[in-house]
Design a binder for this molecule. Structure first.
Ligand code: BGC
Length: 755
């Protein structure tokens, strides 16, 4: 068996953009398990028939095991006893070959020797850190995103992990919500494409390879719509919004074969997602016929009591299992009540059997019954975690995720002739902040800071001056003088500002998303020197920065770019890589504009016709309606023109499709990539439709002067929406189509008519 590279990625391989299979494989890996689905069903049924009620309930419990591997402690003793008694189905937060082996050995002492599933939040890399998911989404590069997930899976799987709690496929339209960093942004179409790419990247073609892990589509569902952007909050949503905006990425993940789902902390129209039978039984396991299992979110079954939806833990267990939650993550609710509920006739054994079957099936598919230690091989762990090819892939992904927001007078790229660069700012030398939140095994020593990256790239003839200037938060301006003095001495200033790694993420909602502290003040002081200022902004969400947006010479949005971020930033700052990232989420001018996602904009009965003329118009009297940076926006060091729009036919009927093509030309002096975006609007419909919705995109690479024809296909599905009775319909009539470089930069317009 040789290492086979996912087919989708082959073109990149030939372009030399990805590490080659020979290098990535290095050693032959064990084949995926070959048991047929029928074999697995038979073995699951045999095993289930031997299980006591207590052992069945045991499979439904998952515990966090940070304490389980260290020195003796009470929790460790309790957990190990439970594992030996067959009362635990899965552990999270136990990682590494040594520790997973040790704990698996305990499970194999249980009566039926059912192996444990080891799970972990491998969100954007394991040992090698990739850019945060929101940043990866800015690449609009599905092959690269898939490769990123594959590399993360390969590392995690070599370290004893069977299952990652990723991808988070929640559509995130509210930048106050800290978890926007974990998703693919505000657009449903893009999120669904990325959901599929990530699932295939984590899982490979089929579960069972030791370079793949089970993926988990989370958080089912509508977690991203948390009221006021406050984490764990209630969600009130129209059925149309649920189906049209929030469910499609989950459906895409299910269609891609995602092994598991995780439910969520929020309510949906009054019913907590964890005990929501409509979501889990009717939609997921019913309409979608989903064969995998659903894990609760951390303690979310127990929280049904806190919400005021269950009277006590037993009631919570009953409601959750009835609604389709198969595994209880760190709640200890199923373990305490479920067996008794079955004995009392309050929960049918069939529900428990169904949940157990779903979980056992995955353990068989992973091959754990044949070899419980097949993911725990010390040699492989060492080799894979130190594979330089993983870092090369992370660097390429980081390059692709950077978004050039501004570049006046071609300030960037930095020229090789520059003799002195002043690198200023609180994040200039930081390593930890480049990784961002949700890192699980990262090693800070392996991270390249922006300073390190620039130092390496700039070469001996260029002096790299440095001053911190200020901290990220806090109001001290004590470092300003030194920063200004340093800047005065340089040809150009590169200012590294942003958020620290722990300012965005779970439980990190904010009402103020301005660049924290006095960082904008520092910028103004530097700008006053008259030197060109290039600002590199690090963060996990859209941040607001006014003076920088208005006065900086160039702005590069770095997000949290991962362990190779410093190198990738130097590549882009020097023009060795031409930036092509496009924003997957709108950047507001102020928090008061939220919700401001591009596809939440309607014409209204009183559209704002001219900026400023806002009397009795749908507008603000103190701010424009437009965001600071629109969805889909991002600059390049070259320029592209869009021309020759051709629509293959003006009308279509159901079952037919229309080809829409145009010519994209690189009119600049350097090679570059453009993400051409197709938007549609249904201008007259039985439910008012948004002004534009993304329906397709292409990332095209062009040499200077080169042109290519780009073609999009429009069929009925692209024209459809959920009507008032929740039917997916395309209503006859005209549709406006818009093709452009960003949602607010439409270059070509046309129309098609559905008959
Ligand atoms: C998060 C999940 C995560 C889980 C396990 C929860 O708090 O919401 O996304 O997978 O913890 O770490």
């Amino acid at each position: 068996m040789t290492f086979s590279f996912p087919k989708l990625l082959l073109p990149l391989l030939f372009l030399g953009l990805l590490p080659g299979p020979a290098a990535m494989a290095q050693k032959k890996k064990p084949a995926p398990t070959t048991a047929s689905p029928a074999d697995i069903e038979r073995r699951v049924a045999d095993l289930l028939a031997q299980m006591t009620l207590e052992e069945k309930v045991g499979q439904l419990n998952q515990y966090s095991g940070r304490e389980v591997t260290g020195p003796a402690n009470d929790r460790k003793n309790t957990l190990l006893t439970s594992i030996r008694n067959g009362q635990v189905g899965s552990m999270l937060n136990v990682k590494g070959v040594h520790d997973t082996r040790e704990i698996q050995a305990e499970a194999l002492k249980s009566r039926l020797k059912i192996p444990l599933l080891f799970s972990l939040d491998v969100i954007h890399g394991y040992q090698t850190t990739f850019p945060i998911p929101l940043a990866e989404a800015a690449s609009w590069d599905l092959d690269a995103i898939r490769l990123g997930a594959h590399v993360a899976a390969r590392e995690a799987a070599a370290s004893g992990i069977h299952w990652t709690f990723a991808p988070m496929v929640d559509v995130g339209r509210d930048p106050r919500w800290g978890r926007v960093m974990e998703g693919a942004g505000e657009d449903t179409y893009l999120s669904a494409q990325i959901a599929r790419a990530r699932v295939l990247g984590f899982q490979g073609e089929k579960l069972g390879g030791t370079d793949a892990v089970m993926a988990c589509a989370k958080h089912f569902a509508a977690y991203g719509a948390a009221t006021a952007g406050r984490d764990y909050n209630a969600v009130d949503l129209s059925p149309q919004q649920l189906w049209e905006t929030y469910l499609p990425p989950f459906k895409a993940a299910a269609d891609a074969g995602v092994a598991t789902f995780m439910n969520s902390f929020n309510t949906l129209n009054g019913i907590p997602a964890t005990s929501n039978a409509y979501l889990q039984r009717d939609i997921l396991k019913g309409q979608w016929q989903y064969p995998g299992f659903v894990v609760s979110d951390w303690g979310s079954i127990k929280e049904l009591v806190t919400w005021g939806y269950a009277a006590d833990k037993a009631d919570a267990a009953k409601k959750a299992v009835t609604a389709g939650s198969d595994m209880d993550m760190e709640g200890d609710v199923y373990s305490q009540s479920l067996a008794q509920l079955v004995k009392d006739g309050r929960v049918k054994i069939d529900l428990v059997d169904d949940a157990v079957r779903r979980i056992l099936r995955k353990k068989f598919e992973l091959g754990l019954f044949d070899d419980a230690y097949r993911f725990s091989d010390e040699k492989r762990e060492k080799q894979v975690l130190n594979d330089p090819q993983n870092r090369a892939a992370a660097r390429q992904m980081a390059q692709k995720s950077l978004v050039l927001l501004k570049n006046e007078n071609a300030t960037l790229p930095l020229g090789n002739q520059l003799r002195k660069i002043a690198l200023i700012g609180p994040i200039a030398k930081s390593r930890r902040d480049l990784d961002g939140s949700w890192t699980v095994n990262a090693d800070t020593a392996r991270i390249t800071s922006l300073y390190d990256g620039l130092r390496q790239r700039a070469g001996k003839a260029t002096e790299l001056l440095y001053a911190k200037g200020c901290t990220v938060s806090g109001d001290s301006r004590a470092g300003f003088d030194q920063a200004v003095a340093t800047a005065k001495n340089a040809d150009v200033i590169v200012l590294a500002v942003g958020e620290t790694w722990d300012m965005t993420g779970e439980a990190k909602s904010r009402t103020d998303i301005h660049l924290p502290g006095v960082q904008e003040e520092l910028f103004k002081a530097l700008k006053a020197t008259g030197k060109p200022v290039v600002v590199v902004v690090f963060g996990g969400r859209p941040l607001i920065f006014d003076a920088i947006a208005e006065q900086a010479d160039a702005i590069l949005y770095a997000w949290w770019p991962g362990s190779e971020g410093g190198l990738a930033l130097a590549d882009v700052l020097y023009g060795d890589y031409n930036p092509a990232g496009k924003l997957p989420i709108t950047f507001p001018r102020n928090v008061g504009q939220i919700p401001i996602a591009y596809n939440q904009q309607y014409n209204t009965g009183r559209p704002l016709l001219k900026p400023g003329e806002n009397r009795y118009r749908s507008a603000y009297i103190d701010a424009p309606n437009t965001p600071r940076y629109a969805f889909g926006y991002g600059l390049s060091y070259t320029a592209f023109t869009y021309s020759d729009l051709k629509i293959s036919r003006p009308q279509l009927k159901a079952g037919e499709s229309v080809q829409v093509s145009f010519t994209l030309t690189n009119t600049g002096k350097v090679a570059g990539e453009e993400v051409a975006q197709l938007y549609l609007r249904d201008p007259v419909a039985s439910l008012v439709r948004p002004l534009r919705e993304l329906k397709d995109f292409r990332k095209i690479s062009l040499k200077p002067g080169e042109s290519k024809t780009v073609t999009f296909t429009i069929d009925k599905d692209k024209l459809a929406f959920y009507n008032s009775t929740l039917e997916w319909v395309a209503e006859p009539g005209k549709f406006n189509l818009m093709i452009g470089s960003a949602s607010d930069d439409i270059r070509l317009e046309g129309a098609v008519e559905l008959q």
